[in-house]
Design a protein around this ligand. Structure first.
Ligand code: DGT
Ligand code: CA
Ligand code: CA
Ligand code: ZN
Length: 581
């Protein structure tokens, strides 16, 4: 489906219009882009079936935008967009990735200095040319110098949440073919890293050519980079996907090898060498009676290679969960029998952080509660935005609004199939104060407190410690405020924060929204080691966003969290104990 590709065009359109000083239209284009991206049906199917009229059925997509969609699908270009690109020939997506640089700034930088790329922007800032532009100044220039490096790095890696659905789609496309014996993803995507360089897919088959043919036929592929006998690579929505085909007897060896990380593999291979074994992408071999173990790849007696259990088992190790394979002590722990049993998606019994249309969510309290019940959850927490710094317009509820909402929640609770807890997502200001009144907080079942403003202010450990020590705060929401590839977020010493959270009994959130994954696996590890509770929350603004929970669970697994470490694996009574404790 080409929705994301079409959406990206209208986002670029919006940026180019905004750079020219056009009002209103850019935001209309952005909202349309968002709805196209989230629409369950493929735009190309809608256009094929009913033309522009069918496309215009997407919410906020008017006739003008719909006919541009059709123009693009038919001809591969939108004339008006091509003209805008010719007027402002810059790498808009890359330049606006620099925090504090919006489309208008890009327009000015191009007009004044001819800046079109990140490298040119960096060079101009280093040369002191930015401060000379009217209205810019030394502060803007310094800001660009501080943030251009992050923007350059961010362009190289994709967000897990953008790549994972593509990987799942490829696997689904190949899985049912008769010549595919086994299939799995490998590499960083199997380790659920927050960003990935490319997607690795591994297939066991005796017919490599058939697998490669089927792979390049996948309708998600935008272009084929290379296609060989046992290997092929395609690009889909800007993500590179590498396929490798191996014989079934060596599938486990290849899966182990290509899952990585490289550092994990090096440590594992050295352990094998110590024991007279040879471990590589083809198998694990006993080479104690072999004169030259380096004489080839498949030398000595084959001990295994068909699955990962044979690979790790040859070293007397259990299979180490992929999320832990970062060479941060997991092999030592496996040797000592100390590997954690990481939390699973099925262990999650409810979400502690969600929104409704009372603030900026898309659906009612009743619908969200029903969706939680449909997922088989035991409880649901309603935590809409309280008014406060960083919460815009009427998205933030006043105390009176929250009390009024309490009546609606109470009514829904009457015939709900899950327990319903009522709370709020309060705000943490620049000093670490929670800006909702204690009177209100004391009356609520649950309080999530999150930073939404002053997110570029650097070191923030003391600020967040103040918030976790607040007597009414139960959960610290998206602690750093990072947006992957877009905003670095606060600098936090998680060892210190976790100590404070453990002492206060406040949970640190893993926000499962794939744009956030905040806090990350390393921070979870600090929480687990300090004994601080962890909460895996989707921050869902609509029922479909509950599905993001898997990203949060796998992030928690990267931090070695077990079900016991995660508060929302408890049953409703257990959660009540946590909230009241
Ligand atoms: P990425 O794609 O940058 O997010 O990270 P990975 O981990 O997916 O890395 P990738 O795609 O370059 O390679 C996949 C795996 O293959 C990697 O995790 C470990 C393994 N691998 C690749 N090159 C080497 C190597 O030179 N030595 C060893 N031991 N393993 C390697
Ligand atoms: Ca990879
Ligand atoms: Ca790769
Ligand atoms: Zn939220």
């Amino acid at each position: 489906m080409r929705n994301a590709e079409v959406a990206a065009l209208f986002e670029e359109f919006a940026d180019l219009l905004e750079a020219q000083g056009v009002e209103y239209k850019p935001n209309a284009y952005r909202r349309a882009a968002e709805n196209i991206r989230d629409h369950p049906r493929a735009v190309e199917d809608m256009a094929a079936a009913g033309g522009a009229d069918a496309v215009a059925e997407i919410d906020r997509v008017g006739d003008a935008i719909a006919s541009k969609v059709v123009e693009y699908l038919d001809s591969g270009a939108i004339e008006e967009l091509e003209e805008l690109r010719a007027d402002l020939p810059v790498d808009m997506a890359a330049l606006t990735r620099v925090e504090g640089v919006g489309p208008k700034t890009v327009g000015t930088l191009y007009e004044e200095l001819g800046i079109a790329t990140l490298d040119e922007l960096e060079a101009a800032a280093e040369a002191g040319e930015i401060r000379a532009i009217k209205g810019f100044g030394a502060k803007t220039e310094q800001n660009i110098l501080d943030n251009v490096g992050f923007a350059k790095e961010a362009g190289k890696r994709q967000r897990l949440g953008d790549a994972r659905p593509l990987a799942d789609d490829v696997v689904g496309h190949l899985d049912h073919e008769s010549f595919v014996e086994r299939i799995d993803v490998a590499g960083s995507i199997r380790r659920w890293k927050a960003t990935i360089g490319d997607v690795d897919v591994l297939v066991a088959s005796d017919d490599g050519a058939a697998v490669v043919d089927a792979f390049v036929d996948w309708d998600g592929a935008d272009d084929v980079i290379e296609a060989g006998e046992q290997k092929a690579s395609v690009r889909a929505e800007g993500v590179r996907i590498d396929l490798r085909v191996v014989v079934p007897e060596e599938f486990g060896a290849a899966l182990q090898y290509f899952t990585g990380s490289k550092a994990h593999n090096v440590t594992l291979r050295n352990l094998a060498i110590d024991r007279g074994l040879k471990l590589n992408e083809y198998g694990v071999f006993d080479v104690r009676d072999v004169d030259d173990a380096d004489a080839g790849q498949r030398v000595g007696e084959r001990l295994g290679g068909a699955d990962e259990a044979e690979m790790y088992g040859a070293l007397d190790l259990p299979v180490i969960p992929p999320e832990l394979r970062e060479d941060t002590g997991e092999i030592r722990a496996a040797l000592d029998g100390d590997l954690p049993d990481p939390v699973t998606e099925g262990a999650i019994r409810g979400d502690l952080h969600t929104h409704t249309n009372w603030s900026d969510g898309g659906t009612t309290v009743a619908e969200m509660v029903r969706a939680a019940a449909d997922r088989g959850y035991d409880y649901h927490c309603v935590t809409d935005h309280a008014a406060g710094p960083g919460v815009f317009g009427d998205a933030g509820l006043s105390d009176a609004d929250v009390r009024e909402q309490a009546d609606e929640v109470a009514a829904v609770r009457e015939d709900a199939d899950v327990e319903v807890f009522h709370g709020v997502e309060a705000n943490i200001d620049a000093d670490g104060d929670v800006t909702t009144s204690d009177d209100l907080l004391a009356d609520l079942d649950i309080v999530v407190a999150s930073p939404h403003a002053a997110l570029d202010s650097g070191e923030a450990t003391d600020r967040l410690i103040r918030a976790v020590e607040h007597p009414h705060v139960d959960v610290l929401g998206h602690p750093t405020g990072r947006l992957i590839n877009r905003r670095e977020g606060l600098e936090v010493d998680f060892e210190r924060l976790a100590e404070a959270a453990a002492a206060a009994g406040t949970a640190l959130e893993v926000n499962a929204n794939p744009a956030r994954l905040d806090c990350d696996g390393d921070a979870v590890r600090a929480a687990v080691e300090a004994g601080a509770p962890v909460a895996v929350n989707t921050d869902a603004h609509s029922p479909s966003e509950f599905d993001n929970v898997r990203y949060g669970v796998h992030t928690a697994r990267r931090g070695w969290a077990t079900a016991a470490d995660v508060v929302n694996t408890r049953d409703a009574a257990g959660l009540r104990d946590f909230l009241e404790g």
